[in-house]
Design a protein around this ligand. Structure first.
Ligand code: ADP
Ligand code: MG
Length: 692
């Protein structure tokens, strides 16, 4: 009972709107939210006032325009509801306050779209994502644009991409006589994370500054026993997850599934899917609350893609589908997909879009953190491909090759024990290695990094699919015989884009070669992936669908490159500091002790062998020397990076990453030789098993 009562209690949701807004205002606002009807400015003051009164009843004193700048995080600046009225104070949120804000937002990345001297940026309310109260402040979701109209955030282009997809999908559906008010893309992001004790976290400068360990020999026990995956929850973890669920529910976030993941200390959370726009906002809020709730439990939640070497990193699975406002899921193949021309056409369009724009889809998930995962045999490879499963795979192959298709019927499952219930078995198995897998009635893009904003890949997905739909409509609109034209067009797409379909093991050594033979891109690092955004044909798709101007795409790509280089350089500087100020002196202190022991043994008895002491001392002395040399080389290299976003990022990828690897290798080789008492920070064993 309490569970459902508290659900969404912090949200200005439909129920609150219905209860606090006059009938006609409510209807008008709902038409904007549900059907994308233009917002009527005449209702702004009433809505703002209702929102303010509701927020005050929840203990709020302030409001904020909550936005998503190109840092990938969220931003907020709080204003109090207090307004002077003579010598008194009144509480106010005007219609204008609700609709527009103007933070002096000159310090956010703009990729050159805005000079610091031209600092004006505007936040504008997004009525389609509900406002909420958190920690005494009313949060109003907003987009963020510059004085000259360029978008400076992730929400505005996401909304534009959703609009493009809505328009094109409705055009496509109308070919089949289907009328609806809206087609929405839906997203359910599964979120992976690590939990460690805050005591070990606080003793690791690398974790605190970069979110990942830059040093650390492998744990003596990793994930090889596969005993953490889905295992029983430890009491502290269970308490955290419970607290997190209850917190998320209060914000109207349908946290649904939770479990232990593959690596020790790794876990996962999945919400029920929602409209893309809301899913993105809620995922941002979820990531923030995951970290805040962890604090209450003496834990730290790590969202970095690769906090630890040698065990799996964390990703996010972006489950994506399309449905109409009437509840029709456009990716539902039905009982007999062979006889569903509309489904097959939509499928063909998506496959064609993913093949043609594989470069920007890959680039949309690229980051310094995610470079550690993609292609590292734990996450899908950096090569984009599509998995369709047995049933659809066979069907599409038969269409593309003109071969025969034998439908596979679902068979009931049973373990052969009479008392055990019969259960339905899917017609398709799973393929964990595929970057873009069809899973029943949705696609699952599995390439996202755990800390990333879900907006980026969805902007790309929506845009490229909208483009493919618009081309289909152009080809099929007004044809005499839709059935045969549609069949022919679908067949043409399947044939032309067959290379992107790969139903086998994406981790296998042969796939890279096979993919190269097929002409698929294999962009392993961010500096290479980001270049896809500069290609004219890729810029063109954003421009044609009204999602970005050319200037905006280029600005974003530059920011991506700069962020990549800056992130790696922060890591490099942190490494140099830890090497010089922590590891080097610690090893020297241990060496001093060893030398004293050797000396004492010699005095005690000249014949007493001290080979072990000597051997360790010699090895460590040599390695410690090498450590300082490696640190010096790294420092020299990052101090002399070339100017320019592309050149800088390329040098970081080619030189700095290798230097960091070399420095780490020396330190990690010393760690198992150095005494526990002397090693200057917690080791992997201590960190990964810090929560008991
Ligand atoms: P799995 O078998 O991968 O666990 P689930 O059905 O549990 O699949 O879904 C995983 C995620 O996919 C959840 O977040 C779920 O809400 C989401 N999901 C399910 N259906 C859709 C859909 N139509 N559109 C978007 N996401 C969906
Ligand atoms: Mg999944």
């Amino acid at each position: 009972m309490r569970l459902t009562e508290n659900f969404g209690c912090n949200v200005f949701n439909d129920n609150v709107m219905k209860n606090t807004l006059p009938g006609e205002v409510y209807v008008s606002l709902r038409r904007t939210i549900d059907c994308g009807a233009p917002f009527d400015p005449a209702i702004a003051a009433t809505v703002a006032n209702a929102m303010k009164d509701w927020a005050l009843s929840k203990g709020a004193t302030h409001y904020t325009h909550w936005f998503q700048p190109l840092t990938g995080l969220t931003a907020e600046k709080h204003d109090s509801f207090l307004q002077p009225a003579g010598d008194r104070a009144i509480l106010q949120l005007s219609g204008r306050d609700l609709i527009v804000g103007e933070p002096d937002a000159s310090s956010f990345p703009s990729g050159g779209t805005r000079a610091t001297s031209a600092a004006r940026g505007y936040t504008a309310w997004d009525p389609t994502s509900p406002a909420f109260v958190k920690e005494g402040t009313l949060y109003i979701p907003t987009v963020f644009v510059s004085y000259t109209g360029e978008t400076l955030d992730k929400k505005a282009p996401l909304l534009k991409s959703m609009t493009a997809l809505d328009i094109q999908a409705r055009r496509l559906l109308s070919l089949f006589g289907i009328k609806c008010e809206r087609v929405l893309s839906t997203v359910g992001p599964e979120q992976e994370y690590f939990l460690i004790d805050e005591k070990v976290f606080e003793r690791r400068e690398d974790l605190m500054l970069t979110g990942r360990t830059l040093f650390g020999a492998r744990a003596t026990r990793g994930q090889e026993l596969e005993d953490h995956y889905f295992s029983a929850l430890k009491p502290r973890i269970a308490a955290y997850m419970h607290d997190l669920d209850e917190t998320l529910w209060r914000y109207g976030i349908f946290a649904k599934t939770k479990h232990n993941e593959v690596a020790p200390a790794q876990h996962e959370l999945a919400p029920v899917f929602s409209t893309t726009n809301i899913a993105v906002d809620q995922n941002q809020l979820t990531m923030e609350l995951m970290q805040k709730v962890a604090k209450r439990h003496g834990l730290v939640c790590l969202l970095h893609e690769k906090p630890f070497e040698g065990v799996n990193g964390s990703g996010k699975h972006n489950n994506w589908s399309l449905s109409t406002d009437t509840g029709l899921n456009l990716l539902d193949p039905g009982e007999d997909p062979e006889r569903e021309p509309r489904f097959l056409l939509i499928l063909a369009c998506i496959i064609a879009a993913v093949d043609r724009y594989q470069g920007i889809l890959r680039a949309s998930v690229a980051s310094a953190g995610n470079d550690h995962r993609l292609g590292a045999d734990e996450a899908p490879p950096a090569i984009v491909s599509v998995y369709l499963g047995d049933q659809l795979g066979a069907l599409v192959e038969s269409i593309a090759t003109g071969g025969k298709y034998v439908p596979k019927k679902p068979v009931p499952g049973s373990i052969g024990v009479p008392s055990s219930p019969i259960f339905p078995i899917d017609t398709t198995d799973r393929n964990r290695t595929s970057p873009f897998a069809f899973t029943g009635n949705k696609f699952e893009l599995r390439m996202l990094g755990s800390s990333a904003s879900v907006a980026d890949p969805n902007i790309v997905l929506n845009t490229i699919v909208a483009q493919a739909f618009s081309e289909a409509v152009e080809a099929l609109g007004g044809v005499q015989n839709l059935e045969s034209a549609c069949k022919e067009y679908t067949e043409k797409l399947f044939k032309a884009h067959a290379r992107i379909i790969f139903n086998f093991n994406g981790y296998g050594p042969d796939w890279e070669q096979e993919a190269a033979r097929r002409g698929l891109l294999n962009l392993k690092t961010t500096d290479k992936a980001a270049l896809e955004f500069f290609k004219p044909e890729n810029i063109a798709v954003f421009v044609r669908q009204g999602v970005f101007s050319e200037k905006e795409v280029v600005a974003r790509a530059n920011i991506m490159l700069e962020t990549y280089a800056k992130t790696v350089c922060i890591e490099a500087r942190t490494m140099v500091k830890m090497a010089r100020r922590q590891i080097f002196p610690a090893v020297n202190r241990y060496l001093e002790e060893l030398l004293q022991v050797i000396e004492e043994k010699r005095i005690l008895n000249e014949n007493l062998p001290s080979d072990a002491d000597m051997l360790v001392a010699k090895t460590l002395a040599g390695q410690n020397e090498a450590l300082m040399r490696a640190a010096e080389k790294l420092e020299e290299d990052f101090s002399s990076l070339p100017e320019g976003a592309k050149e800088g990022a390329e040098a970081v990828s080619d030189v700095i990453i290798a230097d960091m690897g070399a420095l780490r290798a020396v330190a990690d080789a010393m760690e198992p030789l150095c005494s526990t008492a002397h090693w200057p920070f917690p080791t992997y064993n201590e960190i990964l098993y810090s929560v008991r």
